[in-house]
Design a protein around this ligand. Structure first.
Ligand SMILES: [Zn+2]
Length: 736
C-alpha cells in the first residue's frame, strides 16, 4: 500500500509522516508486504535493517514487538514493550498490543490494569475504541470468575450506543447466573460528593472519572481522601468499589472490611461484609500436610483390574477439558473411607463413604495422595491391600505440600453410585449439605473470623457482624443448590437473630440489595409490585424470591390481566423438578391447567404437556417417555409454536442437536438421528416428523449430516441405559 507523506504518522506522534518517520517508511512497508505473505523471518530482518538506521523509531519497534508477540516470543517482546512504555508513557499502540496479549493468555487482572492505562491515555472524545476493549476485558473477567469487575466493565460498555446490543446478552448471562452470589451481581453506586465541603472538588472529579471507566484514577483519589479523613466511611466505600471494579478483589475486600467498621448503617455494613467475603473467600491460616507415597508397579494390567474391583476405590474418568490430565497420569481412583454403597436409597450419613485420598498410576508408579495424615494412618494399608502383589509395598513417601484446613473440611467429596435415581441423588446431596452447614462449618476455623471457628467467633462481639454475613452466604449457597435446608437452628446456636422479614408497600423492590429479595413477604405486596419482585428475582435467578413471588401471583387469579401466569407457573414447576420433587412439580402443572381453564384459555396450552413430558423424561424409563413423546410430536405436528417449543426442549435435553447448515452459515439444522432411533426402538407407533423449520425461521426438512452413520457415537446416556458404561458420579460440596 503506497504511503501518503502528508498522512498522520503511523507512529502516533501526531505529526505528518513527512516530518516524522519518513526515513523508515520503506522498511516498514517492506516488512508489511512480507508479513502478508507470512514471511515472518524476512519481515523481521527488514525491520532490523530499519532499526539500524533509526534505533529508537517507535513505529518499527512497535511492529517488532507485535511480530514477536504473535510468534509467542514473550521473552524478546516484553523488554521492547516495557522500554517503549517507559519512554512514552501511555503510548496506545503498544498498550493495546500488551492488552491483546494479556487477554490471549488469560492474565485478566493485568489486562484490566492495562485497560486502565489505555483509558488514562485516551482523550475524552475518543473513548469508543477503549470501550470496545472494555467488552473483551469484561468477558474475559467473567470467564475467569471475576463476576463483580466483569459486570461493571460490561454494564459501562453497554452505555455506549454502538455496543449496547452486543453487550446486553453478556450482561444478562452474568446477572442470571445463580452460581455467583447476589452481592457480586448487584449494582452499586458511588456515594455522592458530601455537601459538607472537605474534599468536594476531588470527590466530584473522581466520580466523573469513574463514570468513564477510569476506576483506577478514581480509586487513587478516594484513597487519598480516606487517608486524610480516616473516619470518612463514604470515601472508604468508594475506594473499595473502584478497587473491585478493576479486579483487585483482595484489596477491595480489605477496604470493605474497613468501611464496615466506619459505617453507622448496620444493614449497609452487613452487606458490604458479605460482598467482601464473596470477593475474597479467605481460607483458614491453619493448614494440613498433603502426603504422597509412590509404590513401584510390578504388574500394571492386573493392578488396574484389582483396583477396579475393590470396594474402597472408585474409578474417576479424567476429563481433559477440565484440565485433569497430568503428565504421566493414566488411571485415577478415589480412595473411600468406607465400602461403596450399592443401593443409593439405603445411603445414610453413617454408611456414605467420604473420598479421603486419590490413587493414580503415574509412569511406573502407583501414587497415593492424601491430606491430614495421622499417626498409623490406615489409608496406605487399604491401597496396598487392594493392589496386593502387583506393587512393591516399599513406597517412597514425601510431603507434597499443604492445604488450608478449611478447604479439607468444607470441600469434602463423597462417593455415590452412578446409576442412582435422581430422587436418591438429591436426597444424598441434601443430607451431605445439611451435615456440612449444620455440623462441620460451625466447627471449622475460617480466615474471615481471624482463624476462629464460627462457634468461637460467636463469643467475640467484634466478629459478630462478619459471622452474620458469613451465614448469609451459606444461606444463599443452600438456596442456589435448591436445598431446602433450615439453618435457623444453626443461626440460633451462634446467637444470631433471624434476618428480618420485609413487609408492605413501602419497600423499594427495585433498590433493595438483591440478597434481601428473599426476605420480602410476597403476600404483603400489591400485585404490580409483586410482579416487579417476580421479574427482578427472575432476572437474577434468585430462586426463593422467584418461587414465593410466583406462588403468590398465581394465587391472585382475579388480577390475572396484570401479570403473565405462564412464567410464574413454569418457574415453580422447574424448581420442583430441580429438587427432584416430582409430586410437587406435577401438582403445579395441575394448578397451571386449572388456572388456564378458569381463564378460558382454549385449546389447552402445549407448554404444560411439554413440561409434563419432561418430568417423565427425568424420572421414567424410555419405555414410558418415548411413546408419550411420539404422541406429542404427532399432536404438535401442525402447530408451529408448539413444535418449536418442543424442539428447543429436545435440544436442551440432548436428544437432538443443532448443527450448522453446510451451505448457509446463517441457518441451523436439526440433527435428530438419536431421537429417531429412540422412537423407533421404544415407541410402538412411528411418529410423524415434526415441522422442524422454526430454528432460523425458515422452512425446510430435517437434514441429518451423513445420515448413513449410526447414532451410536452420541455422548448422551439415557437414564437406565447401560449403567456399566457410565462413570460413577461423585459429589462435591459445597457450592459445586
Ligand atoms: Zn512517526
Amino acid at each position: 500500500m503506497p504511503v501518503d507523506p502528508y498522512q498522520d504518522c503511523p507512529c502516533g506522534s501526531g505529526k505528518k509522516l513527512k516530518w516524522c518517520c519518513q526515513k523508515v517508511v520503506k522498511y516498514a512497508e517492506k516488512a508489511e508486504q512480507l508479513l502478508e505473505k507470512d514471511q515472518v523471518a524476512a519481515a523481521m530482518q527488514a525491520i532490523d535493517e530499519g532499526l539500524a538506521v533509526e534505533p529508537e523509531n517507535l513505529w518499527l519497534r512497535t511492529m517488532k514487538a507485535q511480530i514477536l508477540l504473535s510468534a509467542h516470543d514473550h521473552d524478546a517482546a516484553y523488554p521492547i514493550v516495557e522500554s517503549i512504555l517507559a519512554n512514552n508513557p501511555g503510548y496506545r499502540p503498544v498498550l493495546q498490543l500488551r492488552l491483546q496479549d494479556e487477554l490471549a493468555h488469560g492474565a485478566v487482572e493485568a489486562a484490566a490494569a492495562t485497560l486502565q492505562d489505555v483509558l488514562d491515555a485516551t482523550p475524552a472524545g475518543e473513548l469508543e475504541e477503549p470501550f470496545a476493549w472494555m467488552v473483551f476485558v469484561g468477558r474475559a473477567l467473567g470467564e475467569l470468575g471475576y463476576t463483580f469487575a466483569a459486570l461493571q466493565h460490561l454494564r459501562l460498555a453497554a452505555t455506549h450506543e454502538s455496543l449496547q446490543a452486543e453487550v446486553a446478552r453478556d450482561v444478562a448471562a452474568i446477572e442470571g447466573n445463580p452460581e455467583a452470589a447476589p452481592w457480586l451481581r448487584d449494582s452499586y453506586e458511588l456515594r455522592p460528593t458530601p455537601t459538607d465541603g472537605g474534599a468536594g472538588q476531588r470527590w466530584s472529579n473522581a466520580i466523573e472519572l469513574a463514570a468513564i471507566g477510569r476506576w483506577r484514577r478514581a480509586a487513587a483519589i478516594f484513597e487519598s481522601i480516606a487517608a486524610e479523613q480516616p473516619d470518612n466511611a463514604g470515601a472508604r466505600f468508594n475506594f473499595a468499589l473502584c478497587q473491585g471494579w478493576t479486579a483487585q478483589n483482595e484489596a477491595a475486600a480489605a477496604s470493605l472490611e474497613r468501611f464496615a467498621q466506619l459505617e453507622s448503617d448496620a444493614e449497609r455494613a452487613l452487606h458490604a461484609l458479605a460482598l467482601a467475603q464473596c470477593l475474597d473467600p479467605r481460607e483458614s491460616a491453619q493448614s494440613v500436610d498433603v502426603v504422597r507415597i509412590r509404590y513401584p508397579i510390578r504388574e500394571a494390567s492386573r493392578l488396574i483390574q484389582k483396583l477396579k474391583d475393590h470396594p474402597r476405590l472408585q474409578a474417576h474418568v479424567l476429563d481433559a477439558q477440565q484440565g485433569e490430565l497430568e503428565e504421566g497420569v493414566k488411571d485415577e481412583f478415589y480412595l473411600l473411607n468406607k465400602d461403596f454403597v450399592k443401593d443409593a436409597d439405603a445411603a445414610t450419613m453413617e454408611n456414605l463413604p467420604a473420598i479421603v485420598g486419590v490413587v493414580r498410576t503415574r509412569g511406573t508408579s502407583l501414587e497415593l495422595e492424601f491430606a491430614e495424615p495421622a499417626v498409623d494412618d490406615p489409608r496406605p494399608g487399604v491401597v496396598l491391600e487392594a493392589a496386593g502383589d502387583t506393587v512393591d509395598p516399599n513406597g517412597e513417601r514425601n510431603v507434597a505440600g499443604t492445604i488450608p484446613l478449611s478447604t479439607v473440611r468444607l470441600r469434602r467429596m463423597w462417593g455415590l453410585p452412578s446409576n442412582a435415581p435422581p430422587q436418591a441423588v438429591h436426597r444424598i446431596r441434601l443430607m451431605v449439605h445439611e451435615q456440612n452447614y449444620r455440623a462441620v462449618w460451625p466447627e471449622t476455623p475460617l480466615g474471615w473470623l481471624g482463624n476462629k471457628t464460627p462457634r468461637e467467633a460467636a463469643q467475640v462481639s467484634e466478629l459478630k457482624r462478619i459471622l452474620r454475613a458469613a451465614v448469609l452466604l451459606n444461606e444463599y449457597a443452600t438456596e442456589a443448590a435448591q436445598f431446602d435446608i433450615d439453618l435457623s437452628e444453626m443461626r440460633q446456636g451462634l446467637g444470631l437473630e433471624p434476618e428480618p422479614t420485609l413487609d408492605g408497600d413501602s419497600i423499594e423492590i427495585d433498590r433493595l440489595p438483591l440478597a434481601r429479595l428473599r426476605q420480602v413477604r410476597a403476600e404483603s405486596l400489591s400485585t404490580p409490585r409483586l410482579r416487579t419482585l417476580f421479574e427482578r428475582a427472575l432476572r437474577f435467578s434468585l430462586s426463593l424470591a422467584i418461587q414465593r413471588a410466583a406462588a403468590t401471583l398465581v394465587a391472585r387469579p382475579a388480577d390475572r390481566d396484570q401479570f403473565d401466569a405462564v412464567p410464574a407457573f413454569r418457574s415453580n414447576i422447574e424448581f420442583a423438578r430441580m429438587r427432584a420433587d416430582r409430586a410437587a412439580a406435577q401438582d403445579w402443572i395441575v394448578k397451571a391447567r386449572r388456572f388456564d381453564s378458569d381463564a378460558g384459555v382454549t385449546p389447552e396450552r402445549p407448554t404444560w404437556d411439554i413440561v409434563e413430558w419432561q418430568l417423565s423424561f427425568q424420572f421414567d424409563r424410555p419405555e414410558q417417555w418415548a411413546p408419550r413423546l411420539a404422541e406429542l410430536m404427532q399432536k404438535f405436528g401442525q402447530n408451529k409454536e408448539a413444535s418449536s417449543e418442543m424442539m428447543l426442549t429436545l435440544v436442551r435435553l440432548g436428544l437432538a442437536r443443532l448443527v450448522p447448515h453446510p451451505q448457509d452459515p446463517n441457518r441451523m439444522l436439526l440433527d435428530a438421528r438419536l431421537l429417531e432411533q429412540i422412537l423407533a426402538r421404544y415407541a410402538s407407533r412411528q411418529a410423524s416428523p415434526l415441522d422442524l423449520s422454526p430454528v432460523g425461521g425458515q422452512s425446510g426438512k430435517i437434514w441429518t449430516p451423513g445420515s448413513e452413520a449410526a447414532a451410536g457415537g452420541s455422548p448422551i446416556v439415557l437414564p437406565g441405559q447401560d449403567p456399566a458404561a457410565a462413570p460413577r458420579s461423585k459429589l462435591v460440596i459445597p457450592g459445586s
